[in-house]
Design a binder for this molecule. Structure first.
Ligand code: FEO
Length: 390
């Protein structure tokens, strides 16, 4: 496996994980890449590594350019094991290399994973000369762990952004100019929604810092490299970190005998009547991580569950737990559900949404057994009325 030249003296030496389908609960239907970068200068430098099972792929790519023993500097922008997992392995070859990480959290996290490997902590604005090039380190805590930092390299003006601006998107072409750009944007949005969204404020600060830099290339740690479309990806992040809404409304539900589903459609009619574009997700067929990507920018979310054994259905509980951890902005919500006797689920859904940075549009909607056409019409009217007065 060969390294991929990004620019003069800069190579991608990472790994492509075509088969990845789950990244800690996030469905990665397009696989992913773990991006590591090799810089050939007076001090040969490796920026980030790969997930441990891909260490030999990385070594082979490095070896296609230089003898790995010549690496003198390893920069670890983030200690999560998908980027740091091959550090101990590469140190077996680059025996004299020094590992640089964010002062404090970066050194602490790497030590916790791999023991004391004499890491060197770097602070905000600290620089490191590679010879003709210089790296400047900027901490970006919580994008996506406390230890995250980015490294900006001059005079090439390359931002090694780690998780920021990444996508779980496996492709052989490495540049935005060579890949399916529409798919890259879909995956960048899904990545932001599922990985970065809860830390929008911290991301906005990191974005502001980026805007002061004369960036010519963004090299993230997952997915494609941004060269010609830097303005677009920065604008998308600007919109997402600003918690801007679109004109969609997300309706999420599970159903046992189609009663809660019928209620979902009655709510859908009210959203359409209000000029919104509803998107319906039956949890039997949709993955939490896809719903989160759409829910991120929706102004409204409606969640419904039948009552099963005095509880909401486990699929709905799973979605609400995932949503609570990721929801980055305030939405208006509707809780709804059908039941035969107990009828606890609508209130349980209501409480879970209220605990997730959301505000109720109206009281929980509940119906027993099979809803009649009149009852469904009344739901549409009640939701329409609540939307009008909102
Ligand atoms: Fe791609 Fe937070 O690791």
């Amino acid at each position: 496996m060969e390294a991929v030249k990004i620019s003069e003296g800069v190579y991608w030496v990472g790994a492509i994980d075509w088969n990845l389908r789950n990244f800690h609960g996030y469905e990665t239907e397009k696989g992913s890449t773990y991006n590591a970068y090799l810089v050939i200068d007076e001090k040969i430098t490796l920026i980030d590594t790969v997930k441990e099972p891909f260490k030999e792929e990385m070594l082979e790519r490095i070896s296609s350019v230089i003898d790995p023993a010549r690496i003198e500097i390893i920069v670890s922008n983030h200690a999560e094991p998908d980027h740091s997992g091959a550090i101990p392995y590469i140190l077996q070859y680059a025996k004299n290399a020094k590992v640089y990480a964010a002062f404090g959290a970066g050194v602490k996290d790497l030590t916790a994973y791999y023991g004391d490997l004499a890491y060197i902590g770097v602070k905000n604005g600290e620089t490191l000369s590679l010879g003709k090039r210089t790296l400047t380190f900027v901490p970006t805590p919580m994008v996506h762990w406390p230890d995250n930092m980015v490294s900006f390299m001059t005079p090439d003006n390359i931002l090694f952004s780690n998780d920021a601006f990444g996508q779980h998107y496996a492709t052989d072409p490495r540049l935005d100019t060579e890949c399916d750009l529409a798919e890259a944007y879909i995956q960048a949005r899904k990545y932001y929604a599922n990985i970065v969204q809860p830390y929008g404020m911290q991301t906005a600060k990191a974005l502001a810092a980026c805007k002061t830099l004369p960036i010519q290339t963004i090299c993230p740690s997952h997915g494609i490299i941004w060269t010609k479309h830097i303005h677009d990806i920065l604008a998308m992040y600007g919109s997402w970190t600003s918690n801007e809404y679109d004109d969609s409304a997300v309706i999420v539900y599970d159903t046992m005998w189609h009663s809660t589903e019928a209620m979902a459609h009655a709510i859908e009619s009210a959203f359409i009547g209000a000029g919104l574009k509803p998107k319906l997700y039956n949890l039997h067929f949709s993955h939490n991580s896809d719903i989160i990507a759409d829910a991120m920018t929706s102004r409204y979310i409606a969640v419904g569950s039948p009552t099963l054994n005095n509880n909401m259905m486990p699929s709905v509980s799973s979605f609400l737990t995932y949503f609570k951890g990721l929801n980055g902005n305030k939405k208006k919500f509707i809780a709804f559900g059908s039941y035969g006797w107990g009828g606890q689920s609508p209130d349980q859904v209501y409480e879970a949404l209220a605990a997730s940075k959301c505000e109720p549009l109206m009281p929980a909607i509940r119906l027993a057994y099979k809803p009649s056409a009149e009852q469904l019409k009344k739901i549409t009217e009640d939701v329409s009325s609540a939307l009008k007065s909102n």
